[in-house]
Design a protein. Structure first.
Length: 242
């Protein structure tokens, strides 16, 4: 059974991805940082559908901790076939009002996690000689930029560049590396004032928010053998926003 690590799998898009991939027959390593209850809920939903999974805990912004925990997990259970780099945070605000902490927290969590999480997984994945899948969650903000999200847009744009470069390096190993860039997705915790929501909807031809399951379906396809010839791509799922 192929094992897939999903970061930020205790809620929202990450949780939906973990559950969907488990339904497809993957063994899921459910990552969380602080929300253990959410991670346990993900585990329960997977097991209720006869899937298999286990929990893993670390802060994706802490490089040494990531390396130690992931290397220990791989040593105990074996290498991952796939990694879904999903965990991230938002600290929105107009650029003049952004604090240094607002900038650093978002960059260290969203962008540094690419290295912190994926790097210790790569050599064991190569060692499997079975190919592999790396899928990075970016955002429409990383493609177009977004008012009040200079820090977030920078981090998500950086993920796109890193994805494209890593895809070149790993192509000969039959490891695909792709980016999924969601638009406005209803995670249950979207906090947008009514006026901003109305303006955003004008930009979306489908006139609705996306659903977390719709993102999970896309990730499931990219993780499947049907996507063997897809790599180095940024695939938007945004209702036609851009």
């Amino acid at each position: 059974m192929r094992t897939v690590l999903v970061t930020g799998a205790s809620k929202g898009i990450g949780q939906a991805i973990a559950i969907e991939l488990a339904k497809a027959g993957f063994y899921i390593v459910i990552h969380y940082n602080q929300d253990r209850e959410g991670a346990l809920s993900t585990l329960k939903q997977i097991e209720s559908n006869s899937g298999q999974a286990r929990l893993i805990q670390f802060d994706v912004s802490e490089r040494a901790v990531c390396q130690a925990v992931i290397e220990d997990d791989i040593a105990q259970f074996g290498a991952y076939y796939g990694v879904i780099n999903n965990a991230g945070i938002i600290r929105d605000g107009a650029f003049p009002a952004l604090t240094g902490e607002d900038w650093e927290d978002v960059i260290h969590t969203n962008l540094d996690s690419f290295y912190n999480v994926i790097h210790p997984c790569i050599m064991p994945m190569i060692g499997l000689r079975q190919g592999g899948r790396i899928i990075v969650l970016s955002s429409v903000s990383g493609i177009t930029g977004n008012r009040g999200q200079v820090n977030y847009s920078a981090s998500k744009a950086g993920l796109i560049g890193a994805t494209k470069a890593l895809a070149i390096e790993l192509g000969k190993r039959k490891i695909t590396v792709n980016c999924v860039a969601p638009g406005l997705i209803d995670t249950g915790i979207v906090d947008i004032n009514p006026i901003a929501m109305e303006e955003t909807m004008k930009m979306i031809p489908l006139k609705r928010m996306g659903e977390v399951n719709e993102v999970a379906y896309l990730v499931n396809f990219l993780m499947s053998d049907k996507a063997n010839y897809i790599t180095r791509q940024v695939i938007s799922i945004n209702g036609g926003m851009v």
